[in-house]
Design a protein around this ligand. Sequence first.
Ligand code: ADP
Ligand code: ZN
Length: 207
Amino acid sequence: MNIILIGIQGSGKGTQAKLLTKKYGWKHITTGEIFRENINQKTNLGLQAKSYIEKGELVPDSIVYEIVSDAIQKANNGFILDGFPRNLEQTEFLLENFKIDKVVLLELSDEKAIERVMARVNCDSCGKDYNLLFSKPKNDGICDNCGGKIVRRKDDNEIAIKKRIEKFHLETEKAIDYFTEKKLVVKIDVSKGINEILSEIIAKIEQ
Ligand code: ADP
Ligand code: ZN
């Protein structure tokens, strides 16, 4: 299956995508992560994307299309898109070029979204995700997995997160309306536990 996970910042797209990937063997394609890796490795793509990302702006579509097409072409056994599409143009591009089976909409209020994003951190070395609200590392600032340093994403500051949430309402919601018209959307309330959310997603995509 080819699935899209869509939802506001902090709604847990990445967390659920990782769990679904493990269960089904699909490829997890996450545009934000691809950009962050390229920024760390100081590649050309990273240099192009960096200033947009740090301000909470969207990276230009042409750059995004290249990385998404490339990743989808390498997915031979289904994929989960996380972070793409984010506007109507990206949605049209996607549906013109690739087959999508289901769009899973993760629903969360703006208030909760901001609260969760401000509490999310991860390990500098192994990348393990934590949330200071409900999944803190055992020792402050130190990764349970590898002893690495716990850090916050540079764009998870209040100004950039508010801008991203505004963009979600202004642009990504148009993409959601379009998918709804095509009857591809299933909705999940994500104000509950990770495993409960996962079971609901599985039930709805297997329907
Ligand atoms: P979040 O969901 O918290 O906004 P992501 O990791 O998905 O974080 O994305 C981080 C940043 O990467 C975005 O703010 C944006 O600058 C860029 N980005 C990710 N996906 C896209 C996309 N589909 N189109 C344009 N820019 C994107
Ligand atoms: Zn670690």
